[in-house]
Design a protein around this ligand. Structure first.
Ligand SMILES: [Zn+2]
Length: 108
């Protein structure tokens, strides 16, 4: 397998990829997180979720306005608090790599 100067090896599967490519074309892992305009810090997301998660603060941060507004709409029903609880645990258990990967795929 020949690697040119404009390529880097995928850290996950080892297949050469173009520099600056966000996602590996072979295995789909997120290669260059900084290249992604959607890149967000897991620490910030987690902190926002823990402190103001019932208001959907972490969803606003991630740019997911519709979900964030649902949090606010459902505050009186208590559903927001339940979602807050679930999301806090989910974020806490998620590794930073998994977080970035899911975020890049829009599956967070
Ligand atoms: Zn790969």
């Amino acid at each position: 397998m020949e690697v040119t100067l404009s390529q880097v090896l995928c850290f996950s599967c080892g297949v050469p990829q173009e520099i600056g490519q966000e996602v590996c074309s072979a295995c789909g892992v997120v290669m260059d997180v900084s290249a992604s305009t959607r890149s967000k810090s897991k620490t910030t997301t987690q902190t926002l979720c823990f402190t103001m998660g019932f208001l959907g603060a972490h969803r606003f941060y991630l740019g997911q306005w519709k979900i964030a507004l649902l949090y606010i709409v459902f505050i009186p029903t208590g559903a927001s608090v339940l979602a807050w609880f679930i999301e806090s645990i989910r974020l806490y258990r998620m590794s930073p790599a998994t977080f970035q990967s899911k975020l890049a795929q829009g599956k967070i």
